[in-house]
Design a protein around this ligand. Structure first.
Ligand code: ARG
Length: 463
């Protein structure tokens, strides 16, 4: 029988049921729904709305259902419209009238808003943990590659030398910000909509503060119409998830390039590579490509959520049911992506010779050569022009700045002396950039320490 049998007496068409049902995707919130109902029943008892006995029966019935769902002894009834209906009907089937009283002073509108917040709260915390693990891996790998010189690029052209450690720590910063965004979204998500009712609360003397506290919220939502219709927390979370995917995707793009035979900067471990069904020589970075590909999917969910909200008047509208598939898939996608990505990065081998060789050609030390002249007294713009001509000359004569004889240097400027070779050596270029945020080993070591400290503080706050 339908929850609404009474006003609507005719049989529902199966096509309506199929279209309307959300059980196939909201059944994953069964634990949250049961937890919310337990808190609600407890509060109703404390407020004298349910008797102690009714409350006991409800709590025992819900505990049994939870146990049986977890063990697999109980399955979801596909006829039920959604998880809320299923659990209420199952409880009533087991304990009779007391089960029917559970929905006093509550509506599915505040119930679903509650379940979703509870569910996403846990998922957000889990993703923060995954990000912490990834950042830990990046710090570890950076520690081991402080002296691995590689080309830094702008416009995909070799620009200035950096180290692999410096490059990795750039991503650590991005993922640290991602944690910050999740924490921020979490704060606003952590308000309890229970007691908002359908939209205008209830005439029963309920205690919303009590349920909020029992469920670990920072407090109740302050306006009942907002409480049932707000899905900003889904949008905010999805936005943070989109950025996580964007960061992973940029990283993946680089890893894919680095794995190519043209670069050969890294080699993925066999355990995280795939082969080709026809080309025997292939070793493919499928994980990186898939993560890059899945980014579009999460971005799509963000647009779904924003579009779902933009035209919905207050308060609850069924449009809001569309929130779940979008945000659930966004969460799942980020989780599975991180699950595969982190060990892939942890186990990839780096080829320091190739990185260094790539940095040694391509005039990556031209800025340092100009700086050399500047330190000898030339204005930077003049030095820049001289070195530009010098580079053009080298390209023509197939020389590099490292191999060009001193006499030729001196034909461009008499400021050049023997010490130019030291000044433009790759190691000097990197070591010289020891200012805050720079690629020199000591500067990157400071970055690693500060990232690790930030992770430590983050964990302390959690506890
Ligand atoms: N399945 C619904 C959802 O996901 C639950 C709330 C339904 N409320 C209602 N009045 N139809 O949004």
């Amino acid at each position: 029988m339908k929850l609404w049998a009474g006003r609507i007496q005719g049989e529902a068409d199966k096509r309506l049921d199929d279209f309307n049902s959300s059980l196939p995707f909201d059944c994953r919130m069964y634990k949250q729904d049961i937890g919310g109902s337990m808190a609600h029943a407890t509060m109703l008892r404390e407020c004298g709305i349910l008797t102690a006995e009714e409350c006991e029966r409800i709590l025992a019935g819900l505990s049994a259902i939870l146990r049986e769902l977890e063990s697999g002894a109980l399955g979801f009834d596909e006829e039920a419209e959604d998880i809320h209906t299923f659990l209420e009907q199952e409880l009533t089937r087991r304990i009779g009238d007391a089960g029917k009283r559970l929905h006093t002073a509550r509506s599915r509108n505040d119930q679903v808003a509650l379940d979703l917040r509870l569910y996403l709260r846990d998922e957000a915390a889990g993703i923060m943990d995954q990000l912490r693990t990834l950042i830990g891996v990046l710090c570890g790998r950076a520690q081991g590659s402080l002296d691995v010189v590689m080309p830094g690029y702008t416009h995909m052209q070799r620009a200035q030398p950096v180290t692999f450690a410096h490059h990795l720590m750039a991503y650590a910063q991005m993922f640290l910000r991602d944690i910050g965004r999740l924490e921020d979204a979490y704060k606003r998500m952590n308000r309890c909509p229970l007691g908002c009712g359908a939209l205008a609360t209830t005439t029963y003397p309920i205690n919303r503060g009590m349920t909020a506290e029992l469920l670990g919220f920072d407090g109740p939502c302050e306006n009942s119409m907002d409480g049932v219709s707000d899905r900003d927390f889904c949008v905010e979370l999805c936005c943070a998830l989109s950025l996580i995917m964007t960061h992973l995707s940029r990283f993946c793009e680089e890893i894919i390039l680095w794995c190519s035979w043209e670069f050969r900067f890294v080699e993925l471990s066999d355990a995280f590579s795939t082969g080709s069904s026809i080309m025997p020589q292939k070793k493919n970075p499928d994980i990186a490509e898939l993560v890059r590909g899945k980014t579009g999917r999460v971005n799509g969910h963000l647009i779904t959520l924003l579009t779902m909200l933009k035209g919905t008047p207050l308060a609850y509208n069924k449009d809001l049911q569309e929130d779940k598939e979008a945000i659930f898939d966004a969460v799942d996608t980020v989780k599975t992506s991180l699950e595969a990505f982190t060990p892939m990065v942890d186990t990839m081998r780096i080829n320091r010779q190739n990185m260094r060789a790539a940095a040694a050609k391509g005039f990556i030390n031209a800025t340092d050569c100009a700086d050399y002249l500047t330190k000898k007294g030339l204005p930077f713009r003049d030095a820049y022009q001289i070195v530009g001509r010098l580079v053009a000359h080298c390209i023509e004569t197939e020389e590099t700045l490292e191999t060009l004889p001193l006499e030729e240097y001196q034909s461009f400027s008499d400021k050049f002396a023997e010490d130019v070779y030291d000044a433009i050596s790759l190691d000097a270029c990197v070591d010289g950039r020891s200012v805050l945020g720079g690629p020199a080993a000591e500067a990157v070591r400071r970055q690693i320490e500060s990232v690790q400290a930030a992770l430590g503080e983050d964990e302390e706050e959690e506890e």
